[in-house]
Design a protein around this ligand. Structure first.
Ligand code: ZN
Length: 493
């Protein structure tokens, strides 16, 4: 551990929000327990340029001073900074579920490859202002950090640092996703991670939160309700007219979870004759590896062996870059599912360049589009998107479907929070755009009568403070005004 504890620090239990405050990306929470430091989630910032630049800034806490990392799940906005953290000196264990470890083994090297490809492409085109553009991390660095992953089963307690007892609970959402309960000297803090949906077509429902003194909850859909229609109906209505007119359907999708859900929905509709049997391409190098993980972690989802078999047989997996380019010369009708889900990078950008200018085609947005991303621009009716320094005209139809989300909507979130049973001292709301976070805060206060506040970047809260001190929200804001303590974490990035 990084320092010898004084009496004052022995009983310290403090939470600092290092990310996912006022935004849906960059999940990073610092928990100080005694003299030790634990980082819960180690995500990339995505979306607005000002946010992405935070990935380049020095980490707000000296990485070598962190004693343990715990990941809620493998999505890059929760795990994608890990290679850089390790590169900057983090040497400790990274606790996560076995499926999260396996998914990180696929996702992090892929993320590095995309970052490297983008940097290479930017250099080729001269579209980067940094000369030369450098990837945030390399595939080699991504592979190196994987050695530090320590799998631990759901509901099995472990002690990441002395005196701090941790437990991971299944959360639906994607394979391996967990909420994290931390207990230190009788005080308990729970992180929701990303909350899955009670009636997802593929994933199991999230388990209710364990009783807790403090809760940190995501709010991606804190102000929205998913469509009442079932996902298969929504997809049938969106895709049928496009395929009937010979169009190409581009579905940007997160490669883990979302892609499999969409494949399952599309292929089941084709099998039932509700969609024409046009070719279905999955243009993501890691796709078949991820589908294999669904076989390994059968207990975490609802897909049968037959469902998985059908997906494997029908899906045309695009592996090489040459195959990906060849796809852009093909004509519709066809369906292409490709990452990334918010059009922030990846091979889907080349499909956009090829197919967006044709009005017969369609771009089907299937999940939350963070502000500042091309996906959000398209959802907002943009007629052009900028890709590799060029403006691409968008004449293709843009359709947003909402029932493919792997996140609980506002009602489902509130139901999940209600599952705590007794009222916590406070609920901290993170991982949402400001509107969504504040809407959830109001509902928690009005419908549950609990104290809730929207977390702000770099704010700290003392989790051991006496109850008599009253309003944790006020206490938190005080902490936000003064540097939290002696280290570098008081400096904003
Ligand atoms: Zn997630």
């Amino acid at each position: 551990m990084h320092s010898s504890p004084s009496k004052a620090t022995q009983s310290r239990f403090r939470l600092t929000f290092l990310g996912a405050a006022g935004t849906v990306t960059g999940s990073r929470y610092l928990v100080e327990a005694g003299a030790c430091r634990v980082l819960v989630d180690c995500g990339l910032f995505q979306g607005y340029k000002a946010l992405r630049l935070r990935n380049r800034a020095p980490f707000p806490v000296e990485p070598g001073s962190i004693d343990a990392v715990i990941l809620t799940h493998a999505h890059l906005d929760h795990s994608g900074y890990l290679p850089r953290l390790v590169e900057s000196g983090y040497r400790g264990p990274v606790w996560c579920t076995p499926a999260t470890r396996d998914l990180c083994g696929i996702l992090l090297p892929d993320s590095a490859q995309l970052l490297e490809e983008e940097a290479g492409y930017a250099n080729l085109k001269g579209s980067s202002r940094h000369h030369p553009a450098e990837a945030l991390y390399t595939a080699e660095q991504a592979h190196r950090c994987l050695r530090q992953l320590r799998p631990v089963a759901y509901r099995e307690t472990f002690e990441p640092v002395p005196g701090l007892v941790a437990t991971l609970f299944p959360q639906g959402h994607i394979l391996g996703a967990a909420s994290v309960a931390l207990e230190f000297q009788g005080t308990r803090l729970v992180f929701s991670g990303d909350v899955g949906r009670p009636h997802d077509l593929v994933m199991n429902p999230p388990s209710p939160p364990p009783e807790s003194d403090w809760l940190v909850v995501e709010s991606t859909y804190g102000n929205r309700r998913h469509a009442g229609a079932a996902l298969d109906e929504e997809i049938e209505q969106a895709l049928s007219p496009v395929l009937a007119r010979g169009g190409v359907v581009i579905i940007p999708a997160f490669a883990v979870g979302r892609a499999q859900l969409l494949l399952h929905a599309v292929i089941s509709l084709q099998a039932k004759g509700r969609l024409p049997a046009v070719p279905v391409y999955l243009n993501s190098p890691m796709a078949s590896d991820v589908t294999a993980l669904y076989e390994r972690y059968k207990a975490e989802h609802r897909l049968t062996h037959q469902d998985l078999d059908l997906i494997r047989k029908v899906t045309r997996v695009v592996n090489s870059v040459d195959e990906s380019k060849a796809l852009n010369r093909r004509h519709g009708p066809m369906i292409i599912i490709s990452a990334s889900g918010m059009l922030t990078g990846g091979r889907v950008l080349h499909h956009l360049i090829a197919f967006a200018p044709d009005h017969r085609n369609a771009i089907v947005l299937s999940g939350h589009q963070a502000g500042g991303t091309r996906g959000a621009a398209l959802a907002g009716g943009a007629t052009h998107v900028r890709i590799y320094g060029e403006d691409i005209r968008v004449k293709a139809q843009v359709i947003a479907i909402s029932s493919a989300s792997a996140h609980a909507d506002a009602d489902e979130l509130l139901d999940w929070i209600r599952g705590l049973g007794r009222s916590p001292r406070a609920v901290f709301i993170t991982h949402g755009e400001p509107d969504a976070a504040d809407a959830l805060r109001l509902r928690i206060e009005h419908e549950l009568g609990w104290c809730a506040c929207v977390a702000e970047q770099m704010q700290s809260v003392d989790l051991m403070m006496p109850v008599a001190d009253g309003d944790p929200a006020a206490q938190m804001h005080d902490a936000g005004r003064s540097p939290p303590h002696e280290s570098t974490i008081g400096q904003d990035q």
